[in-house]
Design a protein around this ligand. Structure first.
Ligand code: ZN
Length: 594
């Protein structure tokens, strides 16, 4: 680690007058009060502008399960970072994932790579591995030389890496294509978020598992994370209480969310106390579930990110650094309490404050205008079915074990080995080895199976794999969405499209549902997410053209002057400042869409 004074001294002595000008602009942290009132960077000397032709730091923020309409609904209650993103940034109001598999791993990989799942191959959080005949998670790595490493003496299980992600992340490309020593740092409560945002290699990719902060041997550890982990930020929150932060009449929805399933130890109403199962004296597994479902986890991630900025001097190297945070708690709260809950509204009020603190920290340490931020989500969520039914709308549970029984029954009239279905994972139906090849050539049996699935309550349509391969031209938005999700070998054989507002539910027969609601289908409530850009090179305003979160990485790439392999995403040219000086060539960025 280089102390800050030394780093600045070296910069001054090595690079002469332009660096000295850069030093003056870059040294805003020394004068924070001046920084707050400082004129925009374009008013600085031209030579300094030339040296600042690329952002010093790219910041990617993903709020797990944040629906696009949360911004419209709750903006008036925000005073911190979320408000600043809307007021000082570019707000894309019609951003939506174009594919069917609206899940966490898929969304993060799409945001990170600028590619769709049919290109990057992360088709779900977990899928059926046909070779090994078992479920695999998107980050599980069978390489025996790889293992997860715990901070502060923790001994986590498993091995998680990005080896299944078929294209590099934006951050990896940035490090590879520039010579400036880019540092890549990511944090989340979830491995599938931290890993996909960072990529195959990184300086730090850290997640939370069973009460411990964890990384993988492919990334290695960082002393500042060890130090932070030893202070046990989660344990330190044991005994705290999550209470409403606004006056009661500021909340849109009733005291109890209909159909909600809170974590163990909590009931349906505020306040929620973080004390694990009742009566325990120390953190137990219920406590960690409560903590992950509370605003305190968002604050812990924010503090880790701020520590990373300080310890690694992110944004103060010769290149462009990359910092990513995926805030997981909105997702846990949404699964438990649903989108129409005081819990969702309140946790966003708290996150707004955390993000305000994060941006203030970045202003001080990197300099306002020297970094670019994107905030988005990996997917949305459907209202809790029991809650939606109150409107009189057709809503319900599409019970997947029942679909599986119907399929096996349909096979009884034909000569097939039992069981024919290997697994149903979300929308994807995987057959036992050899079954689908035989079925595809046996139209009577195929029709019987398709009819059996279509007859299940809540099913809108069934697609066959051969209808989705190679992104066929189609007028059907849902078939197109499934084709953008389709990756040969990993995706299923048949695909269930539920009716809108019908939740795919895999709860085993006879068991109670362990969650309130979910996501993962090609309807706007799962696909529509916020996309907000702010800072270096970004033209503030509201933008209404339809875009996808896969456009974020190409936009970052344009600002940093690098090229991504995939052309699934597009540069959000409308939101880029046209007058921003470029290094070489002077007009490197096209400002119109191809
Ligand atoms: Zn998610």
């Amino acid at each position: 680690m280089v102390p800050s004074k030394l780093l600045w001294k070296r910069t001054l002595s090595q690079s002469g007058r332009i660096a000295a000008l850069l030093f003056l602009v870059g040294s805003i942290p020394l004068f924070p009060s001046t920084a707050a009132q400082a004129p925009p960077l374009r008013a600085a000397a031209p030579k300094a502008q030339q040296a600042l032709a690329k952002p010093k730091l790219v910041v990617l923020l993903v709020v797990d399960q944040m629906r696009g309409d949360y911004v419209d609904k709750f903006l008036g209650q925000w005073t911190g970072g979320l408000k600043r993103l809307v007021e000082e940034g570019a707000w894309f109001r019609d951003a939506a994932f174009p594919y069917a598999a609206t899940e966490t791993c898929v969304g993060h990989a799409t945001i990170s790579t600028g590619a769709f799942p049919s290109t990057h191959g992360m088709v779900a959080n977990a899928w059926w591995d046909r070779k090994d005949q078992k479920m695999v998670t998107c980050t599980s790595d069978p390489d025996p030389s790889v293992k997860n490493i715990g901070y502060a003496g923790a001994t986590p299980n498993g091995a998680d890496t990005a080896w299944r992600m078929a294209v590099p992340s934006f951050a990896e490309e940035l490090k590879f294509q520039t010579s400036g020593g880019t540092r890549i740092v990511s944090f989340s409560l979830k491995a599938r978020a931290a890993i996909t945002m960072a990529g195959h290699k990184a300086d730090a990719a850290t997640w939370f598992d069973g009460g411990a902060w964890v990384t993988s041997s492919v990334y290695g550890t960082q002393p500042f994370i060890e130090e932070q982990a030893k202070s046990h930020p989660a344990k330190a929150d044991f005994g705290k209480t999550w209470s409403l932060s606004l006056p009661e009449n500021a909340y849109w929805y009733g005291e109890k969310a209909l159909g909600a399933v809170p974590p163990d130890g909590w009931d349906l109403t505020f306040p929620h106390s973080l004390r694990g199962k009742s009566g325990v004296a120390a953190p137990d597994s219920a406590f960690y579930e409560q903590w992950a479902s509370s605003p305190y986890a968002d604050t812990a991630l924010t503090e880790l990110a701020e520590k990373a900025v300080d310890a690694l001097k992110l944004g103060n190297s010769n290149g462009t650094d990359f910092l990513a945070i995926s805030y997981s708690s909105v997702d846990y709260v949404g699964h438990e309490f649903g989108p129409r809950s005081r819990e969702i509204q309140d946790i966003l009020v708290r996150l707004d404050k955390d993000l305000g603190n994060l941006f203030a920290h970045l202003d001080q340490k990197v300099g306002r205008g020297n970094y670019v931020v994107a905030l988005t989500a990996d997917h949305g969520v459907v209202p809790i079915p029991e809650d939606m039914q109150k409107t009189g709308a057709d809503a319900g549970l599409l019970h997947l074990p029942e679909v599986q029984e119907r399929i096996e029954k349909a096979f009884e009239s034909f000569n097939y080995a039992k069981p024919a279905v290997a697994r149903i994972a979300g929308s994807d139906i995987y057959f036992a080895p050899g079954v689908y090849e035989k079925l595809a050539a046996d139209s009577n049996a195929m029709n019987a199976v398709l009819d059996a699935i279509r007859a299940a309550p809540g099913v809108a349509a069934v697609y066959r794999a051969e209808e989705l391969r190679d992104r066929p031209a189609t007028q059907s938005p849902t078939r197109r969405a499934f084709s953008y999700s389709y990756f040969p070998g990993r995706s299923g054989d048949l695909f269930i499209l539920p009716k809108s507002y019908w939740l795919l539910d895999g709860t085993p027969l006879g068991k109670p549902r362990s969650y309130g609601t979910g996501h993962g289908v090609p309807y706007n409530y799962d696909q529509h997410v916020p996309v907000l850009l702010m800072g270096f090179g970004i033209q503030p305003g509201q933008y209404f053209q339809p875009i996808t979160p896969a456009d974020i990485a190409p936009t970052f790439a344009a600002l940093c002057g690098i090229t991504l392999a995939s052309r699934d995403g597009h540069i959000l040219a409308e939101s880029l400042k046209k007058s921003e000086p470029r290094r070489s060539p002077p007009q490197a960025i096209k400002t119109t869409k191809p």
